[in-house]
Design a binder for this molecule. Structure first.
Ligand SMILES: NC(=O)C1=CN([C@@H]2O[C@H](COP(=O)(O)OP(=O)(O)OC[C@H]3O[C@@H](n4cnc5c(N)ncnc54)[C@H](OP(=O)(O)O)[C@@H]3O)[C@@H](O)[C@H]2O)C=CC1
Ligand SMILES: Nc1nc(=O)c2c([nH]1)NC[C@@H]1CN(c3ccc(C(=O)N[C@@H](CCC(=O)O)C(=O)O)cc3)C=[N+]21
Ligand SMILES: [Mg+2]
Length: 285
């Protein structure tokens, strides 16, 4: 079974639009993009469009690649103080001369709809309410819809980044899975993955996870977004998008699997809108 992320995302976005219509003011999401990475620009544009379709305002702040760290912190402070802004997203990665941790720490945790601030990461780790990072949140919604109660299942998360792997593991632990976090230093990764009832791949290596790593019937969540050269026989496009999982091989063994594109990505954007709505609802009285 292929998990239809586009359909899950469309349903969540409709729910968000309904919530937005009940507010007394238009919620706003500020998106800050430093530099002109083409993939980031595509992503920022699709977020802006999704915002408008949900009845939200999108404030885009494209900045030159040479923007100083001090100027970026100053912009974040300005957005923190702006009552029209309910959510702040600073697109990652940032240029090398900027310390991403310093920028993230400057974001007001109450507007941190990415869930990246130490305050919200700590809240997730300790089981307190807060903003949960959009990619793991969307992945968890699809997992629960697909498998129901996750209690006692073996979950293997490949990747330990602060934005995907670690928060994903925290959410799975919160659902009482037995969680393993694998990374580049893990020994015998195929054997570790073969134990898993749930596999979450968040690595950034095209089609690294092979079909014979997957336990029959397992649920596979492919977070990877990798642009690779398309074969001459393909659609004619110069590049195509593939995940971290060899989809055709894994689909034959898995009970359910998310595709790339059309899996985790669209749900990430829908969850960003959901978090922005939640922020606006908390602000309204
Ligand atoms: N669909 C979506 O909405 C989103 C998709 N992504 C995509 O997800 C992927 C992961 O993103 P992100 O977490 O930011 O990536 P990072 O590069 O921050 O982290 C990658 C992780 O994978 C681990 N890793 C690297 N090589 C191997 C290997 N050979 N075996 C096992 N583990 C390995 C690294 O280990 P170590 O820590 O030891 O270096 C690291 O923990 C990327 O493809 C990204 O584009 C990301 C965010 C959102
Ligand atoms: N502060 C911050 N927050 C993020 O959430 C964040 C970020 N920085 N930096 C980059 C990553 C990546 N990311 C994606 C979201 C949606 C798709 C998505 O919708 N992908 C479509 C395909 C889009 C295409 O064709 O390129 C899909 O998978 O179907 C992809 C990638 C969010 N990220
Ligand atoms: Mg990263």
């Amino acid at each position: 079974m292929i998990i239809d992320g586009k359909a899950f995302a469309a349903a969540l976005r409709a729910e968000v639009a309904t919530g937005v219509a009940l507010l007394s003011r238009v919620p706003g999401l500020a998106v800050v993009l430093v530099g002109s990475d083409p993939a980031s620009a595509v992503y920022v544009r699709s977020k802006g469009k999704a915002c408008r379709e949900a009845g939200m305002a999108s404030f885009e702040h494209p900045l030159p690649a040479e923007t100083s760290q001090a100027d970026l912190v100053a912009l974040v402070h300005q957005l923190n103080a702006d009552p029209a802004v309910d959510g702040i997203l600073v697109q990652l990665p940032l240029p090398d001369h900027i310390d991403a941790n310093a920028i993230i720490a400057a974001i007001d945790p109450e507007k941190d709809v990415d869930g990246f601030t130490p305050e919200n990461a700590g809240r997730l780790a300790t089981g307190l309410e807060g903003f949960v990072p959009c990619t793991p949140l969307g992945a968890m919604m699809m997992l629960k819809a697909t498998r129901g109660d996750l209690t006692g299942l073996e979950a293997v998360v490949i990747g330990r980044s602060n934005i995907v792997g670690k928060p994903m593991a925290a959410l799975l632990l919160g659902e009482s899975c037995t969680v393993t976090i694998a990374h580049s230093r893990t020994r015998n990764l195929p054997a570790v993955v073969r134990r898993a009832d749930i596999v979450v791949a968040a690595v950034g290596r095209p089609e690294m996870v092979r079909g014979d790593w997957i336990k029959p019937g397992a649920t596979v969540i492919d977070v990877g977004i990798n642009r690779v050269d398309a074969a001459a026989s393909d659609t004619g496009a110069k590049t195509k998008l593939v995940g971290d999982v060899a989809f055709a091989e894994a689909e034959a063994v898995a009970g359910a699997i998310t595709p790339v594109p059309g899996g985790v990505g669209p749900m990430t954007i829908a969850c960003l809108l959901k978090n922005t709505l939640t922020s606006a609802q908390r602000r309204e009285r």
